[in-house]
Design a protein around this ligand. Structure first.
Ligand code: NAD
Length: 437
């Protein structure tokens, strides 16, 4: 343990990061900034190739940083997992999706654990960062690393530290977002804490890996439930003729006991629509039903249907039908100012509109093309946003409120706008009829 701690503190430890996506790549950059040598491992040869050419394929990670790190020899990427033997610490950032039956799909974690166990060397620290149910580190990873008779906290160190990356957030960075860490033993905890202290301002130590795993889920479930709450109240408020955004703004003036959450067209991203179900699944082992998780999932999943019904009503008011209507979707990324479309409610809305015979097009400055995905089969390009396009479109549907859109210009060139984000607030005397949804 002493040897590893010394290596870490002297920045001589080599860091291996497995899974070079939204979670893994910012960690590469952060360790690189602190002059740690980093080897990135990914099964996708295209990403490896691109990164080794000094390019970034994520908008949230600057290409200049990757170019500098590759150019100075600090960082290289590989698909050769034998090279795991070269590193001193391994951070696992692979996907944790759900199966079609909404159950945890641990295949990525299991494959990674196998690759590590085949290439491990004594004295390594291994940290799982992927979001998962409490017990994964202890029940899934630990037995694989102990298989050779190696002792936890002596021959290897194992910990869990949830990723808290928030792509597009300019206020908090990887360095300034506090990091929660739990170890399998006290030695594991100590080494992991020291590693993260090299790159993160505030490391929060918890007593077990299960506590750390559950912490991440609590954070995401809290968001999911609060978003569902305002989504449900939005529908009621609309029926009552009350503007929910004005209500939220007023409630937010309370200096204690209230945190604002905002309604929208549904929930997206790799975390919030997925992670809570990891806990519901695990809860069944304890004869427990996580009712809040199910209720919020149900409400959030129904939101694209609500948006589509508002669009149909809006067209109806103008004497038009959804069948054959020309509809332009503004913003397909799952949230503002990012390029990530995973689980985006825009895709669900587009599919529902298309099923009803609408002619859809989209614009998203961050997403130039849509390609077929597991659930959706779109092959489309983002249409340039011009006055002509706005004028010839029968309904503009604002799904994602990217900050580079000029909403005043949009509503002054459109006829009918359905706004799911309150992006058009405060615009006086718009040419278009605006419906909030
Ligand atoms: N996206 C976020 O902002 C975010 C935030 C917090 C937590 N997380 C969690 O982090 C984890 C990773 O999510 P992500 O968004 O970075 O996913 P991602 O899809 O962007 O990246 C995962 C990467 O892992 C690679 N990969 C898959 N299997 C692999 C294997 N066996 N070995 C090596 N590489 C492999 C993929 O090619 C991909 O590049 C998930 O558990 C997620 O819940 C993500």
């Amino acid at each position: 343990m002493k040897e590893l701690i010394q290596k870490i503190e002297k920045r001589r430890a080599i860091i291996g990061i497995i899974g070079l996506g939204y979670a893994g790549l910012p960690l590469v950059v952060r360790f690189g900034e602190e002059r740690f040598h980093v080897i990135g491992f990914d099964t996708d040869p295209q990403k490896v190739d691109l990164l080794n050419k000094g390019k970034s394929y994520l908008q949230s990670v600057s290409p200049n940083r990757i170019r500098d790190l590759v150019g100075s020899g600090i960082f290289s990427a590989t698909s050769d997992f034998d090279r795991l033997a070269e590193v001193d610490s391994i951070l696992i950032c692979v996907p944790t999706p759900l199966t079609e039956k909404m159950e945890p799909d641990l295949a990525y974690i299991e494959n990674t654990a196998r690759q590590i166990s085949e290439n491990m060397k004594k004295g390594q620290l291994i940290v799982l960062e992927s979001t998962t149910y409490p017990g994964t580190t202890e029940e899934v990873l630990l037995p694989k690393f102990q298989a050779r008779g190696w002792r936890k906290g002596v021959d290897f160190f194992l910990a869990y530290s949830p990723e808290r990356e928030d792509p597009g957030n300019r206020e908090y960075t990887t360095k300034s977002i506090p990091k929660v860490v739990g170890g399998i033993t006290s030695h594991c905890q100590k080494v992991a804490k020291i590693l993260y202290e090299q790159i993160i301002d505030d490391v929060v130590v918890v007593s077990t890996t299960c506590v750390a795993e559950m912490t991440k889920l609590l954070e995401n479930i809290y968001r999911s439930i609060n978003i569902a709450l305002v989504n449900e109240l939005k529908i009621l408020a609309d029926r009552m003729g009350i503007d929910i955004w004005e209500v939220i703004e007023a409630a937010s003036t309370k200096p204690f006991g209230y945190s604002p959450f905002y309604p929208g067209p549904g929930m997206g991203g790799h975390c919030i629509p997925i992670d809570p179900f990891y806990l519901s699944w695990k809860a069944r082992e304890f004869d427990f039903t996580t009712r809040f998780i199910h209720l919020s999932g149900e409400i959030n999943v129904s939101m694209p249907y609500y948006v589509v019904s508002k669009a149909i009503d809006a067209l109806n008011e103008m004497g038009k039908t959804i069948k054959g209507a020309r509809i332009l979707i503004l913003g397909v990324a799952y949230k503002r100012d990012i390029d990530d479309i995973r689980e985006s409610p825009a895709l669900a809305v587009m599919k529902l509109l298309q099923d009803r015979g609408a002619k859809i097009a989209y614009n998203d400055p961050h997403v130039p093309k849509l390609r077929p995905m597991r659930k959706y089969n779109f092959t489309m390009s983002s249409k340039p946003l011009t006055e002509e396009l706005l004028q010839e479109t029968e309904l503009i549907l604002i799904i994602t409120d990217h900050s580079q859109y000029d909403y005043r210009w949009i509503v002054n060139n459109a006829t009918l706008v359905v706004d799911t984000r309150n992006a058009t607030r405060g615009i006086r005397l718009p040419r278009a009829k605006i419906i909030k949804a």
